[in-house]
Design a protein around this ligand. Structure first.
Ligand code: DAT
Ligand code: MG
Length: 148
């Protein structure tokens, strides 16, 4: 089954949104495969956001993601990468639809509450950056047959 990397950013942690965000993905029918509260080092932040290293906002992005704890997660399910992006909403909160996480909680493009992998390649890369294989849990959920 497909896996994606999702992360409640420091603003989401400080604003007590971890529970709400987990609940949305749980209710949707996705399966949690790993999760941890952690701080992101400068090196990890620069690696994670490597695709943006030449953008003018790169420094700000690294400072923000390292500014406080984040809640890193791996979620599993059919088309979870694309579906999670849809549930997150557009990058710019002003363009994120109401009902999406960023649409409901974000105001500025920098502090937009959640990160989610945008492709299979980035999901594999980001899961590998943030989690050891031993931190991911393989298990069956009985509700599976009512979802698929
Ligand atoms: P997303 O997080 O939706 O995948 P992205 O990968 O283009 O968006 O950018 C990563 C993060 O960088 C984004 O969540 C917020 C920040 N960011 C993007 N564009 C920005 C901009 N024009 N000014 C400031 N921050 C920006
Ligand atoms: Mg991105």
């Amino acid at each position: 089954m497909e896996k994606t990397f999702l992360m409640v950013k420091p603003d989401g942690v400080q604003r007590n949104l971890i529970g709400d965000i987990i609940a949305r993905f749980e209710r949707k029918g996705f399966k949690l495969a790993g999760a941890k509260l952690m701080t992101v080092s400068n090196a990890l932040a620069e690696e994670h956001y490597g695709e943006h290293k030449d953008k003018p906002f790169f420094g700000e992005l690294v400072d923000f993601i390292t500014s406080g704890p984040v809640f890193a997660m791996v979620w599993e399910g059919e088309d979870v990468i694309t579906t999670a992006r849809t549930m997150m909403g557009a990058t710019k909160p002003s363009e994120a639809a109401p009902g999406t996480i960023r649409g409901d909680y974000g105001v500025t493009v920098g502090k937009n509450v959640i990160h989610g992998s945008d492709s299979k390649e980035s999901a594999d890369r980001e899961i590998g950056l943030f989690f050891e294989t031993s931190e991911l849990v393989n298990y069956e959920k009985d509700s599976l047959k009512w979802i698929y």
